[in-house]
Design a binder for this molecule. Sequence first.
Ligand SMILES: Cc1ncc(COP(=O)(O)O)c(C=O)c1O
Length: 427
Amino acid sequence: MSIRGSSLLGLTEFAHRDGVLHAEGVPVPVLAERYGTPLYVYSRSHLLGQYRRLAEALAPLDPTLFFAVKSNTCGAVIATLAEAGAGADVVSGGELFRARRAGVPADRIAFAGVGKTEAEIEQALREDILYFTVESEPELERISACAARLGLVGRVAIRVNPDVDPKTHKYTSTGKKENKFGVDLERARRAYERAARLPGIEIAGLHMHLGSPIMTRDPYVQAVEKVGPLLDELKTAYPTFRHLDVGGGMGIAYRPDQAPFDLDAFAEAIVPPLKATGLKIGLEPGRFITGNAGILVTRVQYVKDNPFKKFLVVDAAMTELIRPALYQAHHEIVAVEGTAETVLGDVVGPVCESGDFLAQDRDLPAVPAGGLLAVLSAGAYGAVMASTYNSRPLAAEVMVSGPRHELVRRRQTVEDLVRDEVMPRWE
Ligand SMILES: Cc1ncc(COP(=O)(O)O)c(C=O)c1O
C-alpha cells in the first residue's frame, strides 16, 4: 500500500505535505504537541467553503441556510458561519442559547425537536425567533398557551412527514411514517386548522426533514412533489404562510470511493420546483458544512498483538467519537506522518466497552506506539456527542485558518468533571 495520498477524500484543507498531515497551513504534529491529544481540529476555510458552495448553488432561491447546530455546537464554528450569514436550526434551549451567544440573529433561528418544554418555548418566544418547527398537535397547544400567557406570538411551521425513504441508517431516517418525527401528510391539514384556531399562534410555513446522511437528490425531489398540493392549499388558506423549510441531511463522502453529494445535480432538480412555490425557502444543513471540516487527532498508546487480532490502542475512544459504535459508521483513519506500511486490525480506545472502537478489521497505517493518527470526517456529530464516561475529560478543540491556529475549547480537567457534584450531609 502506498503512502496515504496528498489528497484525503478530495479535501484540500487536510492533506499530507512532505509526508506530514497538515490542517490548512499547520502541521498536525505541531497542534498535537501544543494542545495535546485527543484533539479536534477544525478548518475554518472548509466550513466557509461548504457554506458558500451551498449558498451559491441555491442562489436563485435566496434561501436561508439554518446551520444545524446539533452537528457541531462549538461557539467558534457557529460564529464563523453566522458571520457568513447563516441562521441556526436549534433543538433545545441550550442550542438556542449557544446560537444567540455566537451571534446568530433571532430572526434567523428555527427551533425543532419533538420534546420542547414550556421553559424552552418561553425562552424562544422571548427571543422572538423566526419560527418553531412543530412536531405534534399537543406541541401547538403548548406553544399557544405559553404565547398567550406572555402576550407574545409564536410563529409555527408544522413538520410534515412526507413518508419518503432517505435510504440511510434506520437510526438517522426521520421522514418515514413510522418515525417519531412530524405529523403525516393526511393529518397535516387538520393540524393547520387547529393551529389557526389557537390564540397566540401565527401559521408561518411548513417544515420537513427526511433523515441524514442523504446521498442523492431523489428523496428531496420526491418530498417536494408530495407536499406540493398541500402547499397550494395552505398558501390560499393562510395569508401568513410564507416559509418552506426542506430540512438538512445532505451527505458527505466518508470513504475515498464514495461519490460526494452532487450539489449541482441537487440544485438543478430542486431549484425549479422550490422557486415555483413562491415561498421563502429554508434548508438546515449540518453535516454538509461541518462533517469534513473536522478531524480527530489521537496518539497511539499501545500496539497490542493477540493471537487473533492486532489492536492499535489510542487515546481517543467512543467517548470522543461515538459514531462507529452507534451507527457502525466508517471514518477513514490515516497516519499523521506518512507510512507505507499497513496492518490489518482494529483501532480501539481505552473505554471498558467492547463497542469502543474507531475502526474494525481494516488495513490500518502501521503507526507505532507514540505515533499520531487522524480520524477523518469527524467535524459533524463528533465532539457534540462526546461523553465523559470512564471519567474522561472532554477533548480540546482547535480551529485553524491558513497558518494560524486558535484553541476554541480548552481541554476539560478532572476538576471540571466533579465541579457540579454535591456531597450529601446526612448528619
Ligand atoms: C430537523 C433537522 N434538521 C437538520 C438536521 C441536520 O442534519 P444534517 O446534519 O445531516 O444536515 C437534522 C439532523 O438530525 C434534523 O433533525
